[in-house]
Design a protein around this ligand. Sequence first.
Ligand code: ATP
Length: 320
Amino acid sequence: MRKIAVLTSGGDAPGMNAAVRAVVRAGIDLGMEVYGVERGFAGLLSDAPFRKMELGSVAGIIHRGGTILRTARAPEFFHKPVQEKAAQRLKEEGIGGLVVIGGDGSFRGAQALEEHGIKTIGVPATIDNDIPGTENTIGFDTAVNTVLDAINRLRDTATSHERIFVVEVMGRNNGYIALMAGLAGGAESIVVPEIEYDLDDICQRLLKGIARKKTHSIILVAEGAASAVEIGRAIEEKLDLETRVTVLGHIQRGGTPTAADRLLASRMGAAAARLLWEERSGLIVGIKGGVLSPVPMMEAFMSGRQFPRQLYDLALILAK
Ligand code: ATP
């Protein structure tokens, strides 16, 4: 393998830059030329030249959120003739391998290119941590810490005003961010798509807390499970207590990546470059028990990850 390319696709995640840096520097170290493709799969279809990446072109980015290669959603990439055109362009440039940094949708795009003769390796980067085949994705730890920071701040106000805060966090299809931030932040209740919520139970927990003179309560809601506004309103109606609702939104996507995300991205990016150098393809770089392990891309498409129910139960016990 002489020439490889790297792109970032789907939603941005903190640590994508650290992963790009690792692909570039490890790739060059292995004697390959590395090219950056801007704006995800859309960049393979435009006339814009690929960016030749040198050691210096990824300097000063390890600590920056977002992605210097920019990212995009390219719906046209669902069509086979478009995929073929993209693969053709890579071949014309003499590029035989591509690292795709993104979520499971992006890996489907990568798989399509593989079917057209381009070797592809996926690096899982999404704040949702929703990719089967890896215990962790790049960006998740930073997002959890961002939510924790918000919980800490909100708890100050919740305590001072003796109010109930209902906080909506990202997680359309899973409740990992809500669960981990809720457990680490001592949330009184956690609402996730994986477990049907019971408003009576949430209210009972609030009342028990008030009975033992608790002056603050935080309820974390994953956006895919319910609307924080509706939960807040329902609690007010049921208990005649004031609630305040905060929807954290896109602030969860940005920010400087945590040490854990930088380490994960550095390891995964370097491993992806090496796998291409070894002429391997159709894999994502997963992590299991702290050890990097390449797994077939197909695994990333399997339905759902096992929700860690024991952690959810623990969070409820500890926040009594
Ligand atoms: P995130 O979950 O963080 O948003 P993602 O990678 O899952 O990341 P998607 O929007 O699902 O994000 O996919 C990103 C891009 O990957 C799409 O815009 C499209 O270009 C490509 N893609 C997604 N699914 C397919 C598919 N089935 N076939 C070909 N390309 C696809």
